[in-house]
Ligand binder design. Structure first.
Ligand code: FAD
Length: 572
């Protein structure tokens, strides 16, 4: 996917930049630069201008955006940033754009030497984007404008308390890619903190597809990747409170978790606690709420589950084509009308005669029923080098980390739909891809196999990965060929592992639920597990043999109705 296509997915909805007259910021793609639009032409399509103008009606204080670009015509990404910000400033008189040049006095004063760099309300806050806020980061950019204008970080009470005692400075750099759906939430964690304690906290969002040198300097090889004071590194998206705790203490989650677990928590009551805000959990929340049950969804990561990582969904009824993150945005918004969604990780589960208890770092919830909708995660190869190089060449999410390998070579390991989709996606990004599969044929659907053949993607069939080798980063993958029994190394800069999924059964095991021979949670036709009042739905049960969004959604609804029936019977 070219950068222009990524911009077309601004806000992850695949459409905000679909106006064909818009410029492609081609310095990143190696293509010749197209003509820039006339100074007064809009690059935001009309539909989005209307939506944004409505959103900006809630702005209270002015937001000054200082945009630094290189002088001259050789900066198409900078020009894109100018057009984008100019459009926003034309939609609200509260958004004021100041154009600055690199090398000028203001750039020196602000320590800016990269084009484009955006500073938001620099008189008051230290918030900057290195690189235009493309695609997914469009979301964090708009949210940050709102946050700054309202002078409200939107942090929880607990996070504010933690930051109120901070007495030394922090510089947070969040490295992102335009297609990473997790990244905007991590950027917002950092920017919220910078709004909360403006004198002490500075936060940057660094686009690795644009600010490559800085990303390399920090050894970034998966996103989001967060560095605080060049001292503490976080890999992945962190729930807000954990992020803030690590930021405040400069200690990592592992060393903090013991302390957090001992904190006395607030206790609340619910009819049902739902673990996981993927399609199954969100649907169950909607059905439970509509049945009059008090439901609380606990999500330890990003809302939307695996679907938030899916670039495009084409088989969900009602939408011929929709970005995964957009589908989950509307589902989560609908679920919020019927139940509470709490972004915290459960740390303990108990089932007793009096009911069920789930604890997070700050909450204790007593419930009459528990629904496990924790989905599934990528299977590991379990070969030497895999954990050692995780985040340094070993990846599991092509959508998130593909950009890092543009112009470089990777191996995709696997033979199913995900592996071939990843291979095609990476090839399209300009990555040199080889698919390695242990069997002589693929499990993937025929149309994907045909596309891989059409794209001339090299295949290494009947080859078992033995090891991932390198020094500081991955250098090669070692495979053993079944036919000859011989091992050989294939030189690559990265490996994408796409060999299937394992059900997230940790809560089920903690509660004593039985599993199937395949390692999924065993359920009856009403999604009841083998432990009374504990239910399961979605991929964690095997997803009815298909592991699809529709099956997860269907099972979530069935589980909620079973819970309603069982609890109603109990009342009598
Ligand atoms: C790359 C990719 C592309 C796909 N494309 C499609 C497609 O085009 N069409 C289709 O129908 N399906 C597709 N799928 C499959 C589909 O995404 C899944 O079947 C579906 O998301 C399953 O929903 P779920 O709610 O059961 O689980 P998940 O989506 O996995 O959600 C589970 C949620 O639970 C959370 N969680 C885990 N453990 C805990 C815990 N202990 N406490 C709290 N929360 C927890 C997770 O963070 C996650 O958010 C795709 C999957 C992938 C990976």
């Amino acid at each position: 996917m070219k950068l222009f296509d990524a911009i077309a997915g601004l806000f992850g909805k695949g459409s905000i930049m679909s106006d064909k007259s818009s410029p492609a910021p081609s310095s990143q793609t190696g293509q010749p630069a197209p003509a820039q639009p006339a100074a007064d032409a809009w690059i935001l399509p009309e539909k989005h201008r209307e939506q944004l103008a409505k959103l900006f009606e809630s702005l209270v204080n002015p937001v000054n955006i200082h945009l630094f670009t290189r002088p001259g015509p050789s900066d198409p990404v900078g020009e894109f940033a100018v057009s984008f910000c100019r459009d926003l400033s034309r939609l609200s008189d509260k958004i004021i754009l100041h154009r600055e040049e690199l090398g000028a006095q203001e750039a020196r004063t602000q320590g800016v030497d990269f084009s484009p760099t955006l500073l938001l309300e620099p008189q008051r806050y230290s918030i900057r984007y290195l690189g235009a806020p493309l695609a997914e980061e469009g979301r964090s950019f708009i949210e940050t404008i709102l946050m700054i204008s309202l002078r409200d970080s939107g942090l929880s009470k607990e996070s504010r308390e933690l930051l109120s005692v901070l007495d030394s400075g922090r510089l947070i750099k969040v490295f992102v890619s335009p297609t990473c759906p997790y990244c905007p939430s991590q950027v917002l964690n950092a920017f919220r903190a910078a709004v909360e304690r403006p004198k002490l906290i500075e936060a940057w969002c660094v686009d690795i597809s644009q600010a490559r040198e800085l990303a390399e300097l920090h050894g970034v090889s998966s996103v989001p990747h967060t560095v605080i004071n060049d001292q503490l590194t976080m890999m992945g998206l962190e729930p807000e409170q954990r992020f803030v705790a690590e930021l405040a203490t400069l200690r990592d989650a592992a060393s903090l978790s013991a302390t957090l677990r001992r904190r006395p928590g607030e206790t609340s009551q619910a009819d049902v606690v739902i673990l996981g805000a993927g399609p199954a959990g969100l649907t169950a929340g909607i059905y439970a709420g509509r049945a009059g049950l008090k439901a609380v969804i606990l999500e330890k990561n990003v809302l939307g589950g695996q679907v938030s990582l899916t670039p495009v969904v084409e088989n969900y009824p009602g939408f011929s084509k929709i970005a995964g993150v957009a589908l989950m945005d509307v589902t989560a918004a609908q679920a919020r009308r019927y139940c509470e969604i709490v972004n915290e990780e459960p740390v303990a589960y108990e089932a007793g005669p009096a009911g069920l208890t789930v604890k997070t770092a700050t909450l204790e919830i007593r419930a009459r029923a528990l629904l496990i909708a924790t989905g599934a995660t990528w299977k590991k190869l379990d070969v030497p080098g895999e954990s050692e190089f995780f985040g340094h060449g070993v990846n599991y999410c092509a959508t998130c980390d593909g950009y890092l390998y543009k112009g470089r070579a990777v191996a995709v390991v696997g033979g199913g739909n995900t592996a071939l989709t990843d291979a095609l996606y990476l090839k399209n990004l300009g990555v040199s891809v080889t698919v390695i599969h242990r069997r002589d044929r693929f499990r993937a659907e025929q149309y994907l196999q045909d596309s891989v053949a059409r794209e001339n993607i090299p295949l290494v069939m009947q080859a078992q990965v033995e090891a991932i080798v390198g020094d500081k980063a991955v250098k090669a993958v070692r495979v053993k060929e079944s036919k000859t029994g011989k091992s050989r190394e294939i030189a690559v800069d990265g490996v994408f592992v796409a060999i299937g999924e394992t059900a997230n059964t940790e809560p089920a095991l903690a509660l004593g639920c039985e599993l199937t021979a395949g390692g999924d949670i065993k359920v009856d036709e009403g999604m009841r597990t083998t432990i009374p009042r504990v239910y399961a739905a979605g991929d964690v049960t095997g997803g009815g043999g298909t592991r699809q969004i529709v099956t997860a959604v269907g099972q979530g609804a069935v589980a909620a109705m079973s819970i309603f029936e069982d609890l109603s019977r109990e009342k009598k």
